[in-house]
Design a protein around this ligand. Structure first.
Ligand code: HEC
Ligand code: HEC
Length: 259
């Protein structure tokens, strides 16, 4: 490394440490503790008591898809994220500011979390294992490539912790987002269908299968239909530990923001 390169790195590291220190100090102040109480009351059931994620995203990366500044965070918490499970909050602005402080401190806690695997090798595992059959990834504003049975993975590294990613690969049944619940349908003629449940009312059921085909049924024509408790995604627990680590490093590197 050149002297200039070394110096830059040293300055960046120092800034990071100072920032972490400031965030931790804030979190320990009375205002920080109050923010924590609000967080535990209003947010933890989705984002986890330590911000590790669940129904809500991981808040410990310190980076957010839609927010950069504290004002952005304030706005997102006030309005929620339309079309997702993130709800608007009716708390007074002053309380939301305390929440922002607490969210920042959660971010500081995990900002240095780093995958041990090799992301480039993981990209190959991703390709060779057929993940793109069900997931799309959009690179550098280009065309998103891949299927849509599972969620797009462009910003998965921002949304999910390393532990969550591992769990998602090894035990996909453990957590299934509401939009990705599967369903099976068997017609009276004996044909069996399996896919994402798109719509259901008293009379009809629509699903999309792994080949992206839409199927619409009148319930009266079905012998049986059932919402699945298990994920449409198979478990990848049988990958070698190296492949699994590399794959997790690759997923963690996917951090597209603002989309
Ligand atoms: C019902 C579950 C749920 C609750 C309750 C919830 N969230 Fe979320 N939150 C989510 C989901 C899901 C997302 C991801 C939305 C998306 O796809 O961008 C999210 C996203 C976020 C983000 C990232 C925003 C960005 O800029 O990308 C922040 C910060 C956040 N939530 C904070 C909070 C706080 C603070 C609370 C409590 C007031 C809260 N959330 C309550 C589910 C929830
Ligand atoms: C047959 C379709 C299918 C295949 C193949 C598949 N997935 Fe999935 N994946 C899904 C579905 C559906 C979900 C949503 C339900 C769930 O969380 O289990 C999902 C969820 C995920 C999640 C969690 C996303 C989140 O935010 O909660 C990750 C990460 C993931 N898949 C990665 C992969 C990787 C990496 C591969 C290849 C090794 C892969 N998937 C192969 C269908 C698939």
């Amino acid at each position: 490394m050149t002297v200039v390169g070394w110096w830059r790195q040293a300055v960046t590291t120092r800034r990071m440490v100072l920032w972490l220190w400031a965030a931790v100090a804030l979190a320990q102040s009375p205002a920080g503790q109050q923010g924590r109480q609000f967080y535990l009351g209003h947010c933890a059931h989705c984002h986890g008591p330590d911000g590790e994620g669940g129904r809500g995203i991981n808040l410990t990366t310190g980076q957010y898809r839609l927010s950069r500044t504290d004002d952005d965070l304030l706005r997102v918490i006030q309005t929620g994220v339309p079309g997702t499970e993130m709800p608007p909050s009716r708390l007074p602005v002053a309380d939301i500011r305390l929440l922002v402080t607490w969210v920042r401190s959660l971010g500081a806690a995990g900002a240095l979390e780093k995958a041990t695997g090799d992301a480039a090798a993981g990209a190959l595992v991703y390709r060779n294992t057929g993940c793109a059959r069900c997931h799309s990834i959009q690179v550098n504003g280009g065309q998103a490539k891949g299927g849509s049975l599972g969620p797009p993975l462009d910003s998965i590294g921002l949304r999910r912790s390393l532990k969550f990613l591992r769990d998602a690969l090894v035990t996909p049944d453990a957590y299934i987002a509401r939009e990705y619940v599967g369903t099976t349908a068997q017609t009276k003629a004996g044909q069996l269908f399996r896919g994402l449940r798109l719509n259901e009312d008293d009379y009809s059921l629509q699903l999309r299968d792994a080949d992206e085909r839409l199927h619409s049924f009148r319930k009266s024509s079905l012998a049986e239909y059932q919402r699945l408790d298990s994920s449409l995604m198979p478990s990848y627990g049988k990958l070698s530990p190296t492949d699994l680590n590399n794959l997790i490093a690759y997923l963690s590197s996917l951090r597209a923001a603002n989309k």
